[in-house]
Structure formats: structure tokens, C-alpha cells
Design a protein around this ligand. Sequence first.
Ligand SMILES: CC(C)(COP(=O)(O)OP(=O)(O)OC[C@H]1O[C@@H](n2cnc3c(N)ncnc32)[C@H](O)[C@@H]1OP(=O)(O)O)[C@@H](O)C(=O)NCCC(=O)NCCSC(=O)C[C@H](O)C(=O)O
Ligand SMILES: [Mg+2]
Length: 270
Amino acid sequence: MNVTWLYVPGDRPERFAKAVASGADVVIIDLEDAVAPPKKDEAREHAVAYLRGRRDTEVHVRVNDPATERGRDDLAAVGRLADGVRLPKVESVAVLEGLAGTPAYALLESAAGIVAAREIAAHPAVAGVALGEQDLAAELAITDEQAMNHLRLQVVLAAAAAGLPPVPMSVYPNVKDEEGLLASSLAGRALGLFGRTAIHPRQIPVIRRAFRPGADEAARAAEIVAAAEEAERAGVGAVALPDGRFVDAPIVARARRTVDLARRLADPPA
Ligand SMILES: CC(C)(COP(=O)(O)OP(=O)(O)OC[C@H]1O[C@@H](n2cnc3c(N)ncnc32)[C@H](O)[C@@H]1OP(=O)(O)O)[C@@H](O)C(=O)NCCC(=O)NCCSC(=O)C[C@H](O)C(=O)O
Ligand SMILES: [Mg+2]
């Protein structure tokens, strides 16, 4: 399961390799708001050239608004090359019709997008959803975290009900405030959000730290996985813990994910 995503502006190709070197699980080349209108064509060309090369990291492209001609042209150019496309400002399923192949991630960044979250998340073309909190806060004049939490939970619910992966957190805009990023990421984790999108390489280790399972949680999960393996070896379905309690399959599956995550996030890259 991916934990970190890093945006890099499409008109800064000299930064693409640095974004990959950051250790982010996914690099997102942005053609939308990080690129000024006069540079949009050039940014698309840089993205296409990069995607045609060999790469080991998962690379997504955030296209322009898919309801616009520019957005549709972006999709036509990068759709078959990218590992995923991120669709900004999705407000209805209309823009999702006809999308096929490349996994599409819908960004809900407006009141209309949040209201339509369940329908959008349930659309077969959608591989995941996320919030765009900068745009949302601007539209709704939200300055209060509790108010934003209300919107976040609606998207968390919509994603879970549709069987999508957990919702990653939106960007933390102050790239120098690592303490604030950590505190905000821990608060988001407690809401059921998982992982986070970054805008600067230095944010990646902080996000990894925020989503790393705690030592107790990891030890408990390892105990459950060991008990499950023992039950498998013995050919029995019921998994008994050393303290005599039995756990069921969803608990074992969750424990396996926790063990995997603890291992993957154990040594954050510099
Ligand atoms: C935020 C930035 C504009 C800061 O850039 P800058 O001031 O140049 O950063 P530094 O001088 O600290 O850079 C240090 C080195 O790190 C490299 N760097 C910086 N950022 C990136 C990056 N994103 N990817 C790869 N490498 C990066 C620099 O090249 C320096 O390297 P070196 O010279 O070797 O030391 C900048 O970080 C940036 O442009 N970030 C991405 C912005 C972006 O894409 N925004 C769009 C997404 S935001 C969003 O989605 C909001 C959402 O829509 C919503 O509504 O909520
Ligand atoms: Mg936005």
C-alpha cells in the first residue's frame, strides 16, 4: 500500500529525477495548478518524454480539469504512458465516462465534488479518491480544522463504502514546518486517512514517520501473524493467541498489513 506521493511541476523536468530520488512511493507530475498557463504545452511534452523513458518508481500525472479541452488533450497524451492519472476538480461522474485502462484517481476539491463523493467513488473507472483541501478551503472559506474534518470523513466513508483504498491526506503547504506536518499527519491518521501527498522531498520522511506503526502495535501484529502461520501449519482454521484469545480473518489480514508497513517504513530514506 502506498504511503507517500510527491508532486513535481511538469515544467521543471530537471526535478523529476530528484522527485524519484526522494523515496516517495509515487511521483506525480503536475500539469495543473503548479504550471502557469503559458507553460502548459511544454509541461505536457516534458511529461510525455519522461514517461517514455525507463523508470522504476510509479509515476502518475495530474492532468488539467478533464471537463476542459486541455484536460482531455492531457489525458490523450499521457493516459497510456502513466501508471495513474489524477483528475482534478471532479464534480460528477460525467467526466469519468469513457475512461479506460490507466487507473484514475479523482480529486474532490469543491463543494459539488464532496456532495457527489459517493457516486464518484463508486464509479468503475475510479481507482481512488482524495481531497484537494487548498481549493476546498478557498471555495468554502474554511479556516477551522473541525469543519475540514467533517469533509474529510465524508470522503473516507465514500471510499471505504466503494471498496477503494484508504484516502491519502491532502498537501501540507508549509514546506518548512516539519513539526506542523507531523502533527497534522497524525491527526489525519486518527480520522482514517492513510498516507499523504507532499510537495517537497523533505516532507517524505516526516510523512513516513507519521504513518509508521508504533512499536506496540507492530509487536502485537507480529504476534497475530505468527499465530496465524502456526494455525496454517497445523491445518486449523481458528487462530489462537498465546493469551488464549481467538482472532478472526479480518484481524489477521490487518495484522499482516501492519507487519508489512512496519517493515517498509522502518528505515526512512534521507
Ligand atoms: C514548493 C516549491 C516551489 C519549493 O521550491 P524551492 O523553493 O525551489 O525548494 P528548495 O530550494 O527547498 O529545493 C531544495 C531542493 O529540492 C528540490 N525540490 C524541491 N521541490 C521539489 C519537488 N517537488 N520535487 C523534486 N525536487 C524538488 C530542488 O530542486 C532542490 O534541489 P537541489 O537544487 O538539488 O538542492 C517546490 O517544492 C515545488 O514546486 N513543489 C511542488 C508544487 C506542486 O507541484 N504543487 C501542486 C500540488 S499542490 C496541490 O495539489 C493542491 C491541491 O490541488 C489542493 O487544492 O489542495
Ligand atoms: Mg487543487
